[in-house]
Design a binder for this molecule. Structure first.
Ligand code: ADP
Length: 280
């Protein structure tokens, strides 16, 4: 009898605890929704005034409102540089909110990674050179095209390369490998950088995650390498997943990292289509 009473009490206590957790969970969910709404609103609202600032700065620099002194020119250059940086952050926020709301628009078509990677390597050469990094490409012959949005796929590669440059001490070795594997193309970005601690790997692809001891390694000598917002990899992951691909990282702290991306190979059925994913 006494045992039954105890069990009864335990069941009541347990039920109360579960209710408590459910309420807390509900509150967390609501907070998360509020955060997404804020990101979406802020990024949309910031865009228009920013475009106006950039436009007017350019007009003044061109001398449209009258002559300006070399000193004023320099000041406007600073305004312009900062407006560009702000625009980059706003674009990242917009991407984050599009991914969160399942509104990333992708123009699917067969994409040649061979061409995309070679073009990016050429374009980014000055950034590698400015840090003394060596970039090598190991692209499998006759790499099949992937099914994807060419601009978004380039964005993924540029972002991973940008991180490799940022988080590798000067005179490093950076390599891109790409090869076909079953129905996918596998892309690897290798660096000889600072690496990532095993306990940090899980945080890497989360929004706004910048790992603790990183700032001292950053050398933001130019726009491309300027300090990050911790949004890059979460966007990269969102884009890769929207393509039906995967992304993961292998890293040895203090030695370097390998970022892996897989993307589905284009088939004969691949036609150019625009896909706006519907909400899950
Ligand atoms: P950020 O804009 O801050 O670079 P990301 O989302 O691209 O943001 O990266 C998140 C964090 O992951 C970075 O702040 C850095 O700590 C870590 N990270 C990303 N790429 C590398 C890399 N190749 N080597 C070491 N750490 C990296």
């Amino acid at each position: 009898e006494a045992l039954a009473v105890t069990f009864n009490q335990m069941a009541i206590d347990l039920k109360a605890k579960i209710d408590e957790i459910e309420t807390a969970n509900q509150e967390l969910l609501q907070l998360d929704q509020l955060k997404s709404k804020f990101i979406s609103m802020a990024s949309h609202e910031l865009r228009t005034p920013l475009i106006a600032i950039q436009g007017y700065v350019d007009l003044i620099r061109e001398g449209k409102g009258g002559a300006i002194s070399p000193e004023q020119h320099k000041m406007l250059d600073t305004v312009s540089r900062n407006a560009t940086r702000l625009a980059r952050i706003v674009t990242e926020l917009l991407d984050v909110s599009r991914i969160e709301e399942n509104k990333l628009v992708l123009e699917f078509a067969p994409v040649s990674l061979q061409t995309a990677i070679q073009d990016i390597a050429e374009e980014q050469q000055p950034y590698f050179a400015s840090r003394g990094h060596r970039l090598t490409l190991e692209l499998e012959n006759d790499l099949p095209p992937v099914n994807g949005d060419t601009d978004r796929i380039s964005q993924v590669i540029i972002n991973l390369l940008g991180n490799a440059i940022k988080y590798t001490p000067d005179n490093g070795q950076i390599m891109i490998r790409a090869y076909a594997e079953k129905e996918q193309v596998h892309i690897e970005v290798h660096d000889t950088g600072i690496g990532i601690k095993p306990e940090d790997i899980g945080k890497l692809f989360k929004r706004f995650s910048t790992l603790g001891d990183i700032t001292k390694h950053r050398t933001g000598k130019n726009e491309f390498m300027a300090g990050g917002t911790g949004l890059g990899l979460s966007i990269v992951q969102g884009i890769v997943q929207a393509h039906g691909g995967n992304i993961w990282v292998e890293s040895e702290y203090g030695k370097g990292s390998i970022f892996h991306v897989t993307l589905p190979i284009a088939t004969e059925l691949t036609v150019s289509t625009t896909i706006t994913p519907i909400a899950q």
